[in-house]
Design a protein around this ligand. Structure first.
Ligand code: HEC
Length: 136
């Protein structure tokens, strides 16, 4: 009698793949290192971490039009009282909300800031940059 691909074998291949994919999505580390001095303007702040440098580039190109000046009731970059309550959420949750978009108490954050071509990593980097920006 011949057997073609045992079902248990196929199942375990499937599971290994699913687990690997799942784990790679979980690898969001906390890279937000805010400098000790918080007196300069948010716009003048230049991060040194490569992910945050990418995040700043994405932010300037795609997110600043709303978040620099609080357009559409968005939380303004660097404004302590507009970010403090948001920062109590886990970073991954905030990133997911920025990727998927959400309707909050203040207004609507469009999915990926309305820039569909941004990858998850790019949106995550922009969010981390926003969270790491010194507030006042
Ligand atoms: C069209 C305007 C607009 C653009 C562009 C925009 N946002 Fe927003 N964003 C909002 C608004 C409005 C809110 C506030 C929603 C609320 O809490 O009611 C918000 C909230 C957020 C928050 C806070 C999430 C939370 O959990 O409180 C983050 C982070 C964020 N945006 C990231 C981004 C990123 C990253 C980009 C660029 C890729 C971006 N936004 C582009 C309007 C915008």
């Amino acid at each position: 009698m011949k057997k073609f691909g045992h079902p248990i074998y196929l199942l375990s291949v499937g599971l290994t793949f699913a687990t690997t994919t799942f784990l790679s999505c979980q690898k969001e580390e906390e890279t937000a290192h805010a400098p000790a001095k918080t007196h300069h303007l948010a716009a003048d702040w230049a991060p040194s971490d490569p992910e945050l440098i990418l995040g700043k580039k994405i932010y300037d190109a795609e997110c600043a039009l709303c978040h620099d000046h609080g357009e559409e009731q968005s939380p303004k970059l660097g404004k302590e009282k507009e970010w403090a309550h948001r920062k109590t959420q886990p970073v991954d949750v905030i990133i997911k909300k920025a990727i998927d978009g959400f309707l909050g108490e203040d207004g609507e954050m469009p999915a990926r800031g309305g820039s569909d071509y941004l990858t998850d990593e790019e949106v995550a980097a922009a969010v981390k940059f926003m969270l790491a920006t010194p507030t006042h």
